[in-house]
Design a protein. Structure first.
Ligand SMILES: Nc1ncnc2c1ncn2[C@@H]1O[C@H](COP(=O)(O)OP(=O)(O)O)[C@@H](O)[C@H]1O
Ligand SMILES: [Mg+2]
Length: 326
């Protein structure tokens, strides 16, 4: 649905905000771009609706190369792409419903239809009862709901979100992310969101990319990344911390996803190989609708035993990383 192909963007001939970035977002998925401040996330998002022009490379949205558009064709393409912002960007002297009417006006909806359509959008985000409130009378979460309703007013296929929950508390963040997830599912919306928080990725994304100094370090469906040995995103999604020094023990980190999470793999290891395994840490979450997580095991005995255990677990389809040997 969104294909970013070898995009490079340099500012002032010096700062390489985006460096040969290629990202593919599938139709209907929620795709997260994670990275620290200055990584190039906002620049990337802005190239998708052509607020930012790349020095080289192309961006295609639903088969249309937005990087090649100008004038009216570009405006039309932008109407297919909604955007929500960290600080909501609502017009403060207009009510919630008027803010949305404003957006409907911009896409040329007739005056007679505006109010009803705006109220419909507010209903979609669960805020019809606050239609006549001014932004200043709404909570942060409610303001972002208005922001989302406004972004959806032109009935876009794509929603871009630049740190939409960064100004919200954790509870409100969860509610807004659940709303985005529901809208994506119900409306078939493709969502490209950027965030500096792994928790956001964990809660809402199907796929993600890690951006560092303008470069994509890795990307893919979360469940694939979780199964990828040495994946930084998987590590950040399921932090187990520093491995302890345990004389006489080897330490293994297991990563599992989907059906593997439900199989009694560790019990099998103990029973079939007769190894007294201890669990040092574990973290399990539902990501992309499936259970996934990491477990850290201590395996006593000779190095050969640790290798044997690692091989056995690998054969069960679990990702295995030997952290230390006895
Ligand atoms: N309009 C601009 N002019 C000059 N430098 C910019 C501009 N926009 C972004 N940059 C620079 O590009 C880099 C990436 O910025 P940005 O895309 O905002 O990162 P992020 O959103 O990940 O924090 C930073 O070094 C930033 O200073
Ligand atoms: Mg930014």
């Amino acid at each position: 649905m969104i294909t970013i192909d070898r995009v490079t963007r340099t500012f002032d001939g010096a700062v390489r905000a985006l460096d040969d970035v290629s990202i593919h977002v599938r139709r209907g998925e929620v795709f997260g771009v994670v990275g620290q401040s200055g990584a190039g996330k906002s620049t990337l998002l802005r190239t998708v609706n052509a607020l930012e022009r790349p020095d080289s490379g192309t961006v295609t949205v639903d088969g249309v190369e937005v990087t090649a558009l100008q004038g009216r064709r570009l405006l039309e393409a932008r109407h297919r792409i909604g955007m929500v912002f960290q600080h909501f960007n609502l017009v403060s002297n207009r009510t919630a419903v008027e803010n949305i009417e404003f957006a409907l006006e911009a896409v040329g909806r007739p005056r007679s239809a505006k109010r009803d359509e705006a109220l419909e959008m507010l209903d979609l985000v669960g805020l019809a009862h606050r239609a006549d409130a001014y932004p200043g009378e709404l909570s942060g979460g409610q303001r972002q709901r208005v922001g989302i309703a406004r972004a959806l007013a032109s009935k876009p296929d794509v929603l871009l979100s630049d740190e939409a929950t960064s100004a919200l508390d954790p509870d409100t963040t969860r509610q807004i992310l659940a709303l985005i997830r529901r809208l994506s599912r119900d409306l078939g919306l493709t969502v490209l969101l950027i965030t500096h928080e792994m928790d956001v990725v964990k809660q809402v994304c199907d796929s993600a990319a890690l951006l560092e100094q303008g470069r994509v370090v890795e990307q893919g469906p979360l469940l694939d990344l979780v199964r990828t040995k040495g994946s930084r995103l998987a590590h950040d999604l399921f932090p187990l911390g520093e491995a302890p020094e345990l004389p006489g023990y080897g330490v293994l980190d297991l990563t599992f996803a989907g059906g593997e999470a439900e199989r009694p793999t560790i019990a099998m290891l103990a029973r079939d190989l007769g190894i007294d395994v201890s669990i040092l840490g574990a973290t399990i979450e539902t990501i992309a609708g499936e259970q996934a997580g990491r477990t850290r095991l201590a395996i006593p005995g000779e190095p050969g035993v640790v290798e044997r255990a690692a091989r056995f677990l690998g054969e069960q389809g679990v990702g295995v990383e030997v952290v230390s040997r006895p």
